[in-house]
Design a protein around this ligand. Structure first.
Ligand SMILES: NC(=O)c1ccc[n+]([C@@H]2O[C@H](COP(=O)([O-])OP(=O)(O)OC[C@H]3O[C@@H](n4cnc5c(N)ncnc54)[C@H](O)[C@@H]3O)[C@@H](O)[C@H]2O)c1
Length: 193
């Protein structure tokens, strides 16, 4: 059986003079692979905070044009301030991934997309006995249907001959389970569909 390769993604970005790059390490071999994203258009959902914010920041550092789609205006304002040094490359859009009309409008403002990071997600983790139908529906709506909505809205925007790059942020909880984390498991299992 082959050993799974654990890539240490987006762990380091550096700018040597004009060179901008994302470095990726294979933890096993410590091989450093260098990526550059100048002239690449990236959309990060839920990119105004948390993991999505860091993903957006690293793409910006690496020269990409980044659109952050998030439903929190407050978080978007904060992100815009914190990412101010890349304002020429950054577009922040107030978008709820559950709202297909909003998604269509936001997609129409983008000339093309090379990379989509489906990251927006919520958790309602609690024991099954305490979980309500509303908790369940909310997670499915954002984390599962949201991923479908965003990908559908942007599908025609991927025009590069090398194809579509769509990354769905998931969790090991989908594979191994965890106490009182049924909704997270479900979301992340769904993300791998
Ligand atoms: N943090 C972890 O330990 C962890 C572990 C496994 C998986 N994940 C997954 O990684 C992703 C990011 O997690 P995080 O910890 O950074 O979360 P977070 O709560 O810090 O950030 C999530 C972002 O998504 C946005 N968002 C939520 N619902 C949205 C909606 N309907 N439309 C648009 N934007 C929306 C929020 O405003 C926020 O900016 C999630 O999908 C989460 O399930 C996180």
């Amino acid at each position: 059986m082959s050993t799974p390769v654990s890539l240490h993604l987006l762990t380091e970005t550096c700018c040597h003079g004009k060179q901008k790059a994302i470095h990726v390490y294979d933890r096993g071999a410590m091989t450093k692979i260098q990526f550059q994203f100048e002239n690449k258009n990236v959309v990060v959902t839920g990119g105004a905070s948390g993991i999505g914010f860091e993903i957006a920041r690293h793409f910006l550092q690496s020269g990409a044009q980044v659109a952050i789609w998030d439903y929190s205006q407050e978080a978007l304002d904060k992100a815009q301030t914190e990412l101010g040094q890349w304002k020429a490359q950054l577009k922040t859009q107030t978008v709820n991934v559950t709202n297909r009309d909003q998604l269509a409008q936001a997609a129409a403002t983008l000339p093309k997309v090379d990379i989509l990071i489906n990251n927006a997600g919520i958790t309602k983790d609690k024991s099954f006995a305490k979980m309500t139908g509303e908790d369940w529906d909310a997670v499915i709506q954002v984390n599962l249907t949201g991923l479908f909505n965003v990908t559908k809205a942007l599908l025609e925007k991927f025009t590069a001959p090398e194809g579509k790059r769509i990354i769905n942020i998931s969790s090991v909880v989908a594979l191994y389970g965890n106490l009182a984390r049924q909704t997270t498991s479900l979301q992340n299992l769904a993300s791998s569909v």
